[in-house]
Design a protein around this ligand. Sequence first.
Ligand SMILES: [Fe+2]
Length: 213
Amino acid sequence: MASKTDKRSATYNQLESGTERSRPILHQNAREIQPYGKIAKLPIALDEKVCAASAENLNQVLADTITLRDLYKKHHWQVAGHTFYQLHLLFDKHHNEQDELVDTIAERIQSLGAISLAMAADIAETSIIPRPPRGREEVPAQISRLLEAHEILLKEARTMARQAAEAGDDGTNDVLVSDVIRTNELQVWFLAEHLVDVPAVRADQAKAASSGG
Ligand SMILES: [Fe+2]
């Protein structure tokens, strides 16, 4: 018959082996399972070449969308002047909408069996949106910079939407038209109205009289 001491040591041994099994295995390295730029074909009834071409286009739109998203956050933090509060909120709203686009675009790329860009260094190398200064800009310059970034994105998204439609990749065409193009066009409207030079308090009656007379 086992003594009390034996029973305790058996329990201790079981605990020790249990701990061993639950210990995390750290510092593991392995080769990538899929290199960037290669397609891991999925059964979506689309030719591999079509998937590769769409993914390459979408990664460009992704890099530019991430850059525009971050530009909105920069301006959200750095905005100054009497319209501070409304622009602080508007820039953050647009940032969040662009962030949703980022996820939609990236997951479309993955759905094509491709790899989406993700990290800041890769985004910086890929984006064609001009790099802003680190410092603070005046509101009209901030808004102009955002509008130019939107237009770069809209131009490439329209071209790529047509290419996707011609190749039969309706899903990519839909993401580009329904999500990217429509969101960017709406945000352009909200921004551009801030650069219309109208009186804030007193209507310009002199001009009204001369043009009406
Ligand atoms: Fe904030």
